[in-house]
Design a protein around this ligand. Structure first.
Ligand SMILES: Nc1ncnc2c1ncn2[C@@H]1O[C@H](COP(=O)(O)OP(=O)(O)O)[C@@H](O)[C@H]1O
Ligand SMILES: [Mg+2]
Length: 341
């Protein structure tokens, strides 16, 4: 491959995934994507706790994925990452970067020395010396970023950037641009972490990372139905394939999902109250989005149309892609898209 390609690396709780994109006259092509499983204790609450185990999974990922280089944009998502709307004096980007720690230290929930900071400008207000730029401040505890980066280094990969996976998902599946795009809530349901992003036409208003996910549904189902975790996981996934004919099984899965969906709904309500933007639809991504009937259940609870996000309107599958389904790489694709911009 002689063209320039970018690679996004998504370190989830259950698996690591990477996606390589090329950018040609025919559009954006997903050249390769791959997944490698992670042992259960390697990533906890969205944070890398066993760097050696994550490095080993990444070595396996690069062996099986046959990516064309080793430079990656890595995603981060854990509830200790804080995203907040702030206003900064309007200044050139390089000055803004330098001024950021001083400007935001009072609103940070952590000492400024302990934070890795990023700023995503959204809009400039006013003109002249009084002009301000409104944007999203991203503040991550340094001690959550360092193990992530060292796990990547441990697999002899080169982390060129660390990006919030919530922004990546927005890039990958967020719909609509322009004034009439409306407002959308994107909900990514992973194993143990769920992310909610509210945006209008690609501009994010609100990001929240919740410490709950599809594994909590499995856990609740196992407890209520007296099943092992593996049996509950199997039952949950059977809904997706339509194999389940027993309506009581579908009911059990629905009630096991209630707590997670309640939290998603109240997060959307909170986002509406604080940002002033009420979503008119919801898009689901992540492994949890594949749960049969979850979209209808959330729709009934929120009164909003809910659909499962798809990459296909933005990305074309490449010829070498094999049988990996592109939608399983949504987050990695979004990270790779960010590396290209
Ligand atoms: N077909 C399916 N039906 C229901 N749940 C599923 C299905 N496939 C995956 N999941 C759930 O999705 C979660 C994993 O999502 P994923 O985005 O892969 O997680 P992570 O990014 O944390 O590695 C698990 O909780 C799993 O039970
Ligand atoms: Mg995920």
């Amino acid at each position: 491959m002689s063209r320039r390609t970018t690679i996004g690396l998504d370190i989830g709780s259950g698996a690591v995934r990477a996606a390589e994109l090329s950018f040609g006259s025919a559009g954006v092509v997903l050249e390769r994507c791959a997944t490698a499983p992670l042992p259960a204790s390697a990533v906890r609450d969205g944070e890398v706790v066993d760097t050696a185990a994550v490095s080993a999974a990444l070595v396996e990922l690069w062996r099986s994925g046959r990516f064309s280089h080793r430079r990656v944009t890595v995603g981060i998502a854990n509830p200790r990452v804080v995203v907040r709307e702030v206003e900064m004096p309007h200044m050139p980007a390089a000055d803004l970067k330098k001024a950021l720690p001083f400007q935001v230290q009072d609103v940070l929930p952590m000492p400024v020395d302990a934070a890795v900071l990023d700023f995503h400008p959204l809009e400039v207000r006013g003109t002249g010396p009084g002009a301000v730029v409104r944007g999203l401040l991203v503040a991550a505890w340094r001690d959550t970023v360092l193990p992530l980066v060292s796990a990547v280094h441990g697999a002899k990969l080169l982390p060129e950037a660390v990006d919030l996976t919530a922004f990546a998902v927005l890039r990958a599946v967020g719909s609509g641009t322009g004034a009439d795009a409306g407002t959308e809530a994107i909900v990514d349901i992973g194993s143990t972490v769920t992310q909610v992003v509210v945006h209008s036409g690609g501009a994010p208003h609100f990001v929240r990372i919740l410490l709950c996910g599809g594994d909590d549904i499995t856990g609740a189902l196992a407890e209520r139905a007296g099943l092992s975790t593996a049996e509950a996981e199997r039952l949950k996934r059977e809904l997706d394939t339509g194999e389940v004919v027993d309506p009581s099984a579908a009911d059990a899965v629905r009630s096991a999902s209630q707590t997670l969906l309640d939290e998603v709904r109240s997060t959307i309500d909170y986002a509406t109250a604080t940002s002033g933007h009420r979503p008119d639809r919801v898009v689901l991504t992540g492994g949890g989005a594949r749960q049969g009937g979850l979209d209808l259940q959330l729709s009934a609870m929120t009164g909003l149309p809910v659909e499962v996000g798809s990459l296909t309107h933005r990305i074309q599958p490449g010829r070498r892609l094999g049988n990996e389904h592109p939608d399983s790489a949504t987050m990695a694709v979004g990270l790779a898209l960010g590396a290209a911009s």
